[in-house]
Write a protein that binds this ligand. Structure first.
Ligand code: ADP
Length: 239
């Protein structure tokens, strides 16, 4: 399948050019209020530079996931500004925001979010549909990404035929197959036993060492303490 070559398709396919600067993510006085009056994130200002590895810590309900969604452009703030690669998200059309997200940001979630009934290879290759590249090239890149996470011998396995740690590796391969500049992980070890969790963290550190900026939400104090920067949240605010 290839995308039609209309102006709209091109706009969706090509991410906005990064604006030069040292800051990859810049939140300024950001608040997010949900319907029902819950203020999940309150007046947060935060800069994250290219190449950082940041742990986001805090009790359940303190706004960590909401902040990660705002940074990942999955959601827009109620007030304040979110900049990614120098672009104020509020000034971009939904299509441009989607393109920015697809090309520049990778996501890893606690629940893996793999498609059941699709092989590891297909799960990763499907994540590249937005690029408009051929099926063959998608499969090739997916195989490379799965090899990178140590699953070269599991390409044809279905999610239920993989361990939790392996499923999370597939999800990580999907997140990095498109070479994102920013990788966001929401409790990536939350559903894993200690040994698998350590393996997944080691893999994330390798990706960071290879140049990806990484923001990880974690409940695990030991993991957080081992990372170079911690952002602590409480009641929607950064402490
Ligand atoms: P954390 O990730 O630290 O556990 P969250 O960002 O998930 O915190 O949630 C922060 C607060 O916002 C919580 O009080 C939660 O109940 C509320 N919240 C989260 N998502 C929604 C939503 N979609 N609608 C309404 N309230 C929400």
């Amino acid at each position: 399948m290839t995308m039609p070559d209309t102006a709209e398709a091109r706009e969706a396919r090509e991410a906005p050019e990064p604006r030069p600067g040292p800051t990859l993510v810049e939140l300024t006085d950001v608040s997010k209020e949900y319907a029902g009056g819950v203020t999940a994130v309150r007046d947060v200002s935060l800069s994250i530079g290219y190449g950082e590895l940041v742990a986001v810590v805090g009790p359940s309900g303190s706004g960590k996931s909401t902040m990660l969604h705002l940074i990942g452009t999955l959601d827009r703030p109620s007030s304040g500004s979110v900049r990614v690669e120098g672009h104020d998200i509020a000034t971009l059309s939904d299509r441009r925001v989607s393109a920015l997200r697809a090309h520049r940001i990778g996501f890893v979630f606690q629940q893996f979010h793999l498609a059941a009934g699709r092989t590891a290879l297909d799960n990763v290759a499907d994540g590249l549909l937005y690029t408009g590249i051929s099926r063959r090239e998608r499969d090739h890149r997916a195989e490379e990404a799965l090899t990178r996470v140590g699953l070269a011998d599991r390409l044809d396995h279905l999610p239920h035929e993989l361990s939790g740690g392996q499923r999370q590796r597939v999800a990580i391969a999907r997140a990095v197959a498109g070479d994102p500049v920013l990788l966001l992980a929401d409790e990536p070890t939350g559903n894993l036993d200690t040994a698998s969790g350590q393996g997944v963290m080691a893999l994330l550190r390798e990706l960071h060492a290879a140049g990806t900026t990484l923001i990880v939400i974690t409940h695990d104090r030991e993991i957080a303490a081992s990372l170079p920067r911690q952002v602590a949240m409480r009641d929607g605010e950064v402490e």
